[in-house]
Design a protein around this ligand. Structure first.
Ligand SMILES: Nc1nc2c(ncn2[C@@H]2O[C@H](COP(=O)(O)OP(=O)(O)OP(=O)(O)O)[C@@H](O)[C@H]2O)c(=O)[nH]1
Length: 436
C-alpha cells in the first residue's frame, strides 16, 4: 500500500528548527484528530492547508441552493481528521524532525550518521535557514555570517554520505552490472533503494544528465554528478529563510534569491507565528494562524464590536511589540510565512488531495437511506496522493487490497482505475468494493 508522504525538517542548531516545528504542529490549535497511530519520538503532525472540495461552488450534493453566497456544502464540511474553516482545510501530514546536522556529519560529526539515517525516510525536506546571519555554520552566535553557505554545505553533506557509500562498493557494482547485462536504472536502483530511491526517481535523475558513456566507464566526476542528480530528485528541498524579522536578513535573502529558484524559497518568521498564536490563545488578539490578519481589542471596537470581541486589554509594551511585528513581518511579507513553508513542500512533491466519499450524490459518508453517523456531513475524509497517482493508486491507499468493483466521480460518472487523479478532476471518488 502506498505510504503517507513524510516531510523532513533539517537545519543547523539554532536556525529556528524547533520554533518552526512548534508553529507547524501547534497541538493546542483547534485542528482536531490525526490518522497516524504510531508516532515516532522524532515525528510530529503538521497541518497542510488546502482549498477543500466543499468550497467548489458547482457542487451542491443534492441540497437546495443556499440563500447566502456561501458555497452550498461549506457549512456541512466536517473532516474526520484536521479541520475545515471557510473552505480552507487543514490536512494532517507527518513531519520528521532530523536533528543534529553540522558540517562534517557524513564523517560522523555531530549526530552524523544518525541524522542521515533518519533522513532516508523523507520524501521532501524543509531546510530551516537562519537568514539573519547571526549564527555560524555550527549554530554559534556571531554576526555577519553568510547563510547561503548553509544551503551549500547541507546539500553536500547528503551528497557525500550517499557518494561515500556508493564508491566503497563501486568495483563490485560495476562487475555485476556488466556480468548480468543490467540497465543503469536497475543497477542504481539496487544501490539507492536504501535511501527510498525508486526506479522512477533514479530514471528521472539519469534522464536529466543524459549520459553517453555506459555505467562501467563512468569516472569519479560522473558518479558524483549522478549522486547529485539523485539527491535532487529524492529530496526536493524548500528553503525556509527564517528570522526575516531581523534587520540583517534582507541582504542575505537577496543573495540566496540569486542562487536558488524562487519556487524553493519561502520567507518566514517562526518566532512571530509562535508569538501571535500564544497571544491569540490568551485572548489578547484575534488571529487566524498563518494569515496577515491580527485584530486587537481597539481594532474590533473601531469595527463596531462594542465589547472588543471579548479581547483583553494589552499593556503598552505588548501593543508596541504587535505594531512592530506588523511593520517588520506581516505588512512587508503578507504573513509569518510558516504555513507557506509546508504548502511549498507539498507543491514540490506535487501532492494531490483526494476526497473519498461513500455517496457520490451527497458527498456524505453514509449510504442514502441508512442511519448512523452525521449523515448531513460532507467530505469527511481527505488523503494526499502523489503527482501522477491513478484512481487505482488512491483506492489501494485508502482501501488496501479489497477487490474493487467500480469507481464513480462527481455526477455519478464512472472512472477507470488507470485514470490520473488531479486537483479538480477525479479527486472526489466513490469506491464500490466487491466483484464488478
Ligand atoms: N529573530 C528571530 N529569532 C528566532 C526566530 N525563530 C527562532 N528564533 C530564535 O532562534 C533561537 C534558536 O531557535 P530554536 O528553534 O531553538 O532553533 P533550533 O534550530 O531548533 O536549535 P537546536 O535546538 O539547537 O537545534 C532561539 O533563541 C529562538 O528564539 C525568528 O523567526 N526570528
Amino acid at each position: 500500500m502506498p505510504r503517507d508522504p513524510l516531510i523532513g525538517l533539517v537545519g543547523k542548531p539554532s536556525s529556528g528548527k524547533s520554533t518552526t516545528l512548534n508553529s507547524l504542529t501547534d497541538t493546542t490549535a483547534k485542528v482536531g484528530n490525526f490518522p497516524f497511530t504510531t508516532i515516532d519520538p522524532n515525528r510530529a503532525v503538521g497541518y497542510l492547508q488546502i482549498p477543500c472540495a466543499c468550497s467548489r461552488t458547482n457542487l451542491t450534493g443534492n441540497t437546495p441552493p443556499s440563500p447566502s453566497d456561501e458555497p452550498p456544502l461549506q457549512t456541512r464540511c466536517k473532516p474526520n481528521y484536521g479541520v475545515c474553516q471557510k473552505g480552507v482545510r487543514s490536512v494532517p501530514i507527518e513531519l520528521l524532525d532530523v536533528a543534529g546536522l553540522v558540517p562534517g556529519a557524513h564523517m560522523g560529526k555531530g549526530l552524523g550518521n544518525k541524522f542521515l539515517d533518519d533522513l532516508r525516510h523523507a520524501d521532501a525536506l524543509i531546510h530551516v535557514v537562519d537568514a539573519s546571519g547571526t549564527t555560524d555554520a555550527e549554530g554559534k552566535a556571531t554576526r555577519g555570517y553568510d547563510p547561503s553557505q548553509d544551503i551549500l554545505w547541507l546539500k553536500s553533506e547528503i551528497v557525500n554520505w550517499v557518494l561515500g557509500n556508493l564508491k566503497q562498493k563501486w568495483g563490485g557494482i560495476k562487475r555485476r552490472h556488466v556480468a548480468i547485462k543490467a540497465g543503469p536504472v536497475e543497477t542504481l536502483q539496487g544501490q539507492f533503494s536504501g535511501y527510498g530511491g525508486t526506479s522512477v526517481i533514479v530514471a528521472r535523475a539519469l534522464d536529466k544528465l543524459a549520459l553517453k558513456q555506459p555505467l562501467q566507464d563512468w569516472d569519479d566526476d560522473t558518479i558524483a554528478a549522478v549522486v547529485n542528480a539523485f539527491v535532487d530528485e529524492k529530496f526536493p528541498t524548500v528553503y525556509a529563510l527564517n528570522k526575516i524579522d531581523h534587520p540583517d536578513a534582507d541582504k542575505n535573502i537577496s543573495k540566496i534569491a540569486k542562487q536558488e529558484p524562487p519556487e524553493r524559497i519561502v520567507l518566514c518568521s517562526a518566532i512571530s507565528e509562535v508569538f501571535l498564536r500564544r497571544l491569540a490563545k490568551q485572548d489578547y488578539i484575534r488571529y487566524i494562524p498563518g494569515s496577515e490578519f491580527v485584530d486587537t481589542r481597539e481594532d474590533l471596537i473601531d469595527n463596531g464590536e462594542a465589547d472588543g470581541g471579548g479581547l483583553k486589554e494589552m499593556d503598552e509594551k505588548l501593543k508596541s511589540r504587535i505594531e512592530n511585528m506588523k511593520d517588520m513581518v506581516l505588512y512587508r511579507f503578507g504573513s509569518t510565512g510558516v504555513n507557506q513553508v509546508l504548502s511549498r513542500a507539498s507543491e514540490l512533491l506535487g501532492l494531490v488531495p483526494v476526497f473519498p466519499v461513500r455517496n457520490i450524490g451527497t458527498f456524505g459518508s453514509g449510504e442514502a437511506g441508512t442511519s448512523g453517523g452525521d449523515r448531513a456531513a460532507v467530505f469527511r475524509d481527505c488523503v494526499l496522493v502523489r503527482k501522477g497517482a491513478t484512481v487505482g493508486d488512491a483506492y489501494r491507499k485508502i482501501m488496501g487490497d479489497a477487490p474493487l468493483a467500480y469507481v464513480e466521480t462527481v455526477g455519478g460518472v464512472r472512472v477507470s482505475e488507470d485514470d490520473e487523479v488531479r486537483v479538480g478532476k477525479n479527486d472526489i471518488l466513490s469506491f464500490k468494493v466487491g466483484r464488478a
